[in-house]
Design a protein around this ligand. Structure first.
Ligand code: EPZ
Length: 429
């Protein structure tokens, strides 16, 4: 499957943003920690979420998809704490089941996490946290095992700000005895959302959204109904798509506060950004101005928006420097962008991007989820036809991506072979 598109149309209109994938992954793991039924709403219908639902169903969780974006979960019949299948091995967030099952059953075995290839992605901080809670951890046959006779709260100092470790330790600590403190915790909106969800199940977590999270363990968690926050990165991707196509897009159903780092960069580049209560309008300008960007943990500029802003810089006036400080291998899409005529030089974790007036359509391959979305944006801004292959990456995290883009006036479609490509070319001219 590929996307094919003809660039040049400014994107115009409104787009509704779905629930946050990375919050949902933590929340689904947390949901199995009670024997009572949990109802989760605003669940994005994307591949990573569906893999997570399959994985928990396989261990005995009752998963009732009551609507496209609503799921009922009941974890009272879990029959194994071993989570291992081919899909979960390809996904990163399966590791949240380690924290969740360790908290609930004091034992968990989960296949080592895969996920997007954006650099080495160790989980030492997760395991360190579990060990502080008195669990013993090991790796056997490609599975991470965590076991605790007693799970006892403790003081965890993270060596680096890690979203995954913060959430995972929070999950286990929610049902540990005594209090846990996580210092140097991640402050991302999805960390706060998972904490809010756990609290709605009766957990006692304070300070999520700051550097220090305090968790007082409780004996059990109960059922709840919860709606997941909007996806900051999906929203940001459409905001950047408006900028690069010189369009006028309102992203709806979002929390504008979560978008600040992105809004400010777009303003610096000369776009008009208007904030409303739960939406943001981005009006692109004929000429974008370059700027420098450094990815940082929240509230800094998100690494998951780095490829998208680099596409904007490739089309801006002047030279911009992009420093990737979270992942070591997140410039793999640059080779694809240069096929379109972008001028980018990468040295280590820094990309120097000299803007050009026009990108040219090309045949591209998505190297990972966010970079894949960025290449689609580049194709929509470019002259002529572009194809983006390996779109299974994009489908991991964007729901109805092509449909939403078509709703804004983009000429884009999914094709399976050359005949369909030909048809598309004839149709759009
Ligand atoms: C989460 O990954 C997201 N994934 C990523 O989104 C996102 O890019 C990342 O956070 C940063 O915001 C999910 O939520 C499922 P980290 P995660 O632990 O938790 C190092 C997407 O496109 N580190 O915050 O894996 C690590 O190598 C994905 O949706 C350790 O060294 O990221 C990295 O350099 C891609 N040891 C840094 O910390 C550890 O034990 C931050 O990673 C843990 C992390």
């Amino acid at each position: 499957m590929q996307y094919i598109m003809k660039g040049g149309n400014p994107l115009v209109g409104e787009v509704v943003i779905g629930g946050a994938k990375n919050a949902a992954l933590g929340i689904l793991a947390a949901a199995v920690m009670t024997d009572e039924t949990v109802v989760i709403d605003n669940l994005p219908d994307v591949r990573d979420i569906n893999v997570m639902l399959e994985a928990i169903a396989e261990i005995g969780v009752i998963v009732d998809r009551v609507g496209k974006h609503t799921v009922k979960i009941n974890g009272s019949n879990i029959h194994t704490v071993q989570v291992d299948n081919a899909y979960i091995r390809r996904m990163r967030a399966g590791y949240y089941l380690l924290g969740a099952l360790l908290g609930k059953y004091r034992h968990a075995e989960v296949a080592l996490p895969g996920g997007c290839d954006i650099g080495s992605r160790p989980i030492d901080q997760h395991l360190k946290g579990f060990r502080v809670l008195q669990a013993v951890t090991s790796v056997e046959y490609g599975r991470v095992i965590a076991d605790a006779k007693q799970l006892i709260g403790g003081h965890v100092y993270l060596d680096m700000v890690s979203v995954g470790a913060t959430i995972n330790i929070m999950l286990a600590a929610a049902l540990a005895s005594g209090s846990t403190i996580i210092e140097n915790a991640a402050k991302e909106p999805h960390v706060v959302d998972v904490a809010n969800f756990l609290n709605s199940m009766g957990a006692n977590i304070k300070g999520a959204g700051t550097d220090v999270i305090r968790i007082r363990g409780v004996e059990r968690l109960h059922g709840t109904e919860y709606s997941i926050i909007p996806d900051q990165i999906e929203a940001g991707t459409f905001m950047l798509a408006a900028a690069v196509t010189r369009g006028d897009v309102t992203v709806c159903n979002i929390i504008p506060k979560h978008m600040e780092a992105i809004s400010v960069k777009l303003q610096e580049m000369g776009c008009e950004v208007v904030e409303f209560d739960d939406s943001i309008r981005v009006v692109g300008k004929p000429k974008l101005q370059s700027c420098n960007v450094k990815t940082l943990p929240y509230p800094g500029f998100p690494t998951d928006m780095q490829p998208q802003i680099s596409v904007a810089l490739a089309l801006a006036e002047g030279t911009g420097i992009v420093t990737e400080s979270i992942f070591e291998n997140r410039f793999k899409y640059v080779d694809e962008l240069t096929k379109m005529g972008a001028q980018v030089k990468v040295e280590g974790n820094v990309a120097v991007i000299t803007g050009t007036n026009q990108l040219m359509g090309a045949e591209l391959v998505a190297p990972d989820l966010r970079a894949g979305a960025a290449l689609v944006m580049a194709g929509l801004a470019a002259e002529g036809f572009t194809t983006v292959d390996a779109i299974h990456y994009i489908l991991r995290g964007y729901e109805n991506f092509d449909e939403k883009l078509r709703g804004l006036g983009a000429e884009i479609d999914v094709i399976n072979d050359e005949r369909e490509a030909q048809k598309f070319r004839l149709r759009v001219g």
